[in-house]
Structure formats: C-alpha cells, structure tokens
Design a protein around this ligand. Structure first.
Ligand SMILES: NC(=O)c1ccc[n+]([C@@H]2O[C@H](COP(=O)([O-])OP(=O)(O)OC[C@H]3O[C@@H](n4cnc5c(N)ncnc54)[C@H](O)[C@@H]3O)[C@@H](O)[C@H]2O)c1
Length: 250
C-alpha cells in the first residue's frame, strides 16, 4: 500500500474518519489535499501531516456545490499535479423521527450524503479520464443504508443511494481503469457520532455489534486506503461494511 508522490484528495479531511484517512494516506507517501467545508479542520489535518514531514494542503469546499467540486480538482492539480485518488468521507446526519422532519431537512440530508457524492465523483471522473492514467474513487456509505436505522430514515435512503451509485458508476468507468468503491461504516467514535448520540444510545448500538464496541476513525481509514491502493486493483463496484460484524452480506 504505497502512494509515493501520488496526489490524493480526501474530502471530509477536516474531521473524524476523513482526518484519519488523510493522515494514513500521507504515512504511505501520498501528497494529500485535505478538503472540507470546515477550513480550520482541514488546516489542522495539514499541520498534523506536516509535523511528521508529510506534504499536504487544505482546500475549503462545499460538496453540495458542483462548481466547488470542480474547483477542488483544479486546486488539487495546481498544488500537486494530476490526482490519482479521490476519496470522500463527507456526510451528515441528525437523529430524528421521520414524522417530525421537514423538507429542508430532507433536502440537506440528500444533498450532503448523496448528491454531494455524485458531484464529487463526476469531478473526479472527468479529471481522471482526461488524464488517462486511471485512478480510484472511494466514497462513504453507511450500514444504515444496508439494514436501516431508527431515526435515520432519509439518511439511510441517501446512503443506500451511494451503494447503487457506486455499482453503476464502476461499470461505466472501468473502461478507463478508474475503480469506484465505498466503505460502509457502523458505529464509529467520531465527532459526528458524539454529536448525535448520547452514551445510552451508543451503548444500545454496541449491543448489536458482534465485536461489542464502536469502531475508531483509524479502523475506517485503513479500508479506504486499501480500496484506493494497488492491492485492490481487481476490486470495483463494492461497498465494504466496516462495522464489527453488524452487517453480514454475501
Ligand atoms: N461515525 C459514524 O458512526 C458513522 C457511521 C456510518 C457512516 N458514517 C459516515 O462516515 C463519514 C464520516 O463521518 P465522521 O463520523 O467522520 O463525521 P465528521 O463529522 O467527524 O466528519 C465529516 C466531515 O464532513 C465535513 N462536511 C460536512 N458537510 C460538508 C459539506 N457540505 N461539504 C464539505 N464538507 C462537509 C464536515 O465538516 C466534517 O469535517 C460520513 O459520510 C458519515 O455519514 C459515520
């Protein structure tokens, strides 16, 4: 799993799973573009990478803007040359009941979790196809999209959409040697999970996990990096559950 001198974009790189992913790519030799709506978070990631001698730059962008996704690729190319890996961990959820939600909330959930992944992947595909050297796109779904979660109805729909999108896009991009995969996290100890669940809810989630604990951001980062690596060169169209056995599918 080496990425020496490769240009790797990590969207969502300012927090949680994305920050861990950016650090791990850097430790394998990549030049990392940490992109996030939260510029302070992205800058923190860059500092952490630079402190251990890595190369990185921060870009502020909003994944729900098509123009921002295109600008992100342009800024990444300007910083470190053609991009070989584009990974996104951007996502957002707020546990509520369907009957209490309004259209603005649904719109926000779908735009951040599904439409954003589509815009991001299109910007990645256009760049990688034009450059002609193949590449890897890695997105982030959720086990909520596989088995459903009480209180995350529309989020689960958006994350299930990511799974179908990955399968179909992978078929279209294969001729250009661009692989498309996703991870599907289960409960993972990050700022997002802590913001939406108190300890009581977390304890209940853990009961359903065969490994009887939450995952860590590092444990999500490792499969993202693997899916982007040469070690996964024959893997495309897959969404890998990383959830302590919560979801087992054939
Ligand atoms: N933590 C979990 O238990 C869990 C479980 C299943 C799936 N996931 C998924 O994993 C991914 C990472 O989650 P996390 O727990 O690390 O969350 P996090 O909140 O720590 O990180 C998400 C990052 O996305 C950024 N972001 C949000 N909206 C954005 C936008 N519109 N444009 C650009 N950046 C934006 C945030 O600023 C943040 O830095 C998400 O897609 C989430 O849905 C997490």
């Amino acid at each position: 799993m080496r990425f020496d001198d490769q240009n790797v974009v990590v969207a969502g790189g300012g927090s949680g799973i994305g920050q861990a992913t950016a650090l791990l790519f850097s430790s394998y030799g990549a030049k990392v573009v940490a992109a996030d709506r939260n510029l302070d978070g992205a800058r923190e990631t860059v500092e952490l990478i630079q402190q251990v001698g890595g190369e990185a730059t921060a870009v502020q962008f909003d994944i729900t803007s098509r123009a921002d996704n295109e600008r992100l690729v342009q800024e990444a190319v300007a910083a470190f040359g053609p991009v070989s890996v584009m990974a996104s961990t951007v996502g957002w959820s707020d546990t509520t009941f369907f009957a209490d939600e309004d259209e603005d909330y649904w719109d926000r959930i779908i735009r951040i979790n599904l439409l954003g992944s589509i815009y991001f992947s299109r910007a990645a595909f256009d760049h990688m196809k034009e450059h002609g050297k193949g590449g890897a796109i890695v997105l982030t779904s959720s086990d909520a999209g596989k088995v459903g979660t009480l209180g995350e109805t529309v989020y689960a729909a958006a994350k299930a959409g990511v799974i179908g999108f990955v399968k179909s896009l992978a078929r279209e991009t294969a001729r250009d040697n661009i692989r498309v995969n996703a991870i599907s996290p289960g409960p993972t100890d990050t700022p997002l999970l802590r913001a939406q669940s108190d300890q009581h809810v977390i304890d209940r989630m853990i009961k359903a996990v065969p490994l009887k604990r939450m995952g860590t951001a590092d444990e999500q980062a490792a499969p993202i990096v693997f899916l982007a690596s040469a070690g996964a060169s024959y893997i495309t169209g897959q969404t890998l559950s990383v959830s302590g056995g919560l979801t087992m599918t054939s």
